[in-house]
Design a protein around this ligand. Structure first.
Ligand code: SF4
Ligand code: SF4
Length: 391
């Protein structure tokens, strides 16, 4: 038993050491650049590339060669028996490391942005959401022989929750909770998402609940300045993200049509289509590239160029929301901190210089631009929709 707890114990000690390091060695004032462009780890130096290749390699092993991770997976057996009443597998190992990274680096983010109540609350909710909604509750459900359901993910980010096969499996699962899970997934996608986005913009999900955004804003925070601000990136992001939303919508409709038609007309197409989506978008893009490439291209590569949920929320935010960032142009000293630290590649300074409201589909409302502005120029607001476009 003691041997089985060694790995979790090692994680705990690593967490304590990391927090001590960040607290003692880097007591950062958030509005300063803190040498990010001089440090190889955060400025695409040798250390940054080494770390990027290490994380990418881990994801490749996790998705396609998990047998090489067996020693690590077995070391998680004790924790898995305790939380899930069963042995660990590669996804339990992944979930544990993922949660661990968000918790440790979440503490680091709170320390870093400690002068901002918005950032403290936001990071605390991110940590809570990952720990309970995406780790402890699914584990508890598994230990009770219920489906391992994640309350913080829904269509189109977790598209299978509205696929006919998954819906049938959940509804028919003994215990009766499956029907509630299907209800939850459908209501969150089609009712709660439009309503919450109308009032708060996409930030309620992308910067407060979603695990992908949560990891980007905690583990990925040291690399947020690497996001490309070029016009070409903005053009590409609009093509790719909306194309993926169209693909997943078409796939979902196809699968339901196929289900209603008894699999006779579309059965040959829909299966490989779903597997292709799972491989290229679900594994390769969101996992390997989305996280492994943090030290190369910044932290929101997946959110900017691949996430269909971000596309759905972005359309709502652009055309049907009260959210905007207001700018007090007269106070701007053009230091560029806001643009440097925008993880979505938005040239915030250009808006601030013109005193123009920022109403962009891609803005995830992380609020870091406002937090690092030394002049208090930027303010995240949920005002009346008719005044959003004001300059
Ligand atoms: S514009 Fe500001 S709030 Fe929006 S994503 Fe960029 S840094 Fe975050
Ligand atoms: S808005 Fe603030 S952070 Fe951005 S350039 Fe102006 S003064 Fe600097």
């Amino acid at each position: 038993m003691f041997e089985k707890m060694l790995f979790p114990l090692a994680l705990l000690l690593t967490a304590m050491a990391s927090i001590s390091y960040f607290y003692l060695a880097r007591p950062m004032a958030a509005s300063a650049n803190n040498g990010i462009w001089q440090n190889g780890l955060t400025a695409r130096g040798l250390a940054g590339y080494a770390l990027g290749f290490f994380i990418t390699g881990f994801y490749v092993l996790l998705y396609w060669f998990a047998e090489h991770l067996q020693p690590l997976i077995r070391a998680m057996d004790g924790l898995s028996s305790f939380l899930r009443a069963g042995p660990a597998d590669q996804w339990f190992l992944y979930g544990t490391l993922y949660t661990f990274a968000i918790l440790v680096m979440g503490v680091r983010a709170i320390i870093r942005y400690r002068h901002s109540a918005y950032q403290i609350w936001r990071t605390a909710i991110i940590m809570f959401s990952q720990l309970f909604l995406a780790y402890l509750i699914p584990s508890l459900l598994k230990s009770l022989n219920q489906p391992e359901f994640y309350f913080s993910y829904f269509w189109p980010l977790k598209p299978e929750y509205l696929f006919p096969g998954t819906v049938a499996a959940l509804v028919n699962h003994p215990g009766g909770m499956g029907l509630f899970f299907v209800f939850w997934a459908a209501v969150l996608t089609f009712v709660a998402t439009p309503i919450l986005t109308y009032f708060f913009g996409k930030r309620w999900y992308c910067s407060w609940v979603c695990g992908c955004g949560g990891l980007a804003n905690t583990l990925g925070d040291p690399w947020r300045q690497l996001s490309s601000k070029s016009l070409r990136s903005w053009q590409w992001e609009r093509y790719t993200i909306h194309s993926i939303l169209i693909i997943i919508s078409a796939l979902t409709v196809t699968l339901w049509l196929n289900s209603f038609l008894g699999g006779e007309l579309l059965g040959q197409i829909s299966g490989p289509f779903a597997r292709g989506y799972g491989f290229f978008i679900g594994a390769l893009f969101s996992g390997v590239i989305g996280v492994g490439f943090y030290p190369f291209f910044g932290t929101r590569l997946w959110c900017r160029f691949g996430c269909p949920m971000a596309a759905y929320l972005g359309l709502l935010q652009r055309f049907f929301s009260r959210f905007r960032i207001t700018t007090n142009g007269g106070q701007c000293i053009s230091c560029g901190n806001c643009s440097t630290y925008c993880e979505m590649g938005i040239d915030v300074r250009a808006y601030a210089q013109r005193g123009e409201n920022i109403v962009r589909a891609s803005c995830v409302g992380c609020g870091i631009c406002a937090t690092v502005c030394p002049r208090g120029v930027l303010k995240l607001e949920n005002g009346p929709a008719r005044e959003r476009w004001k300059t």
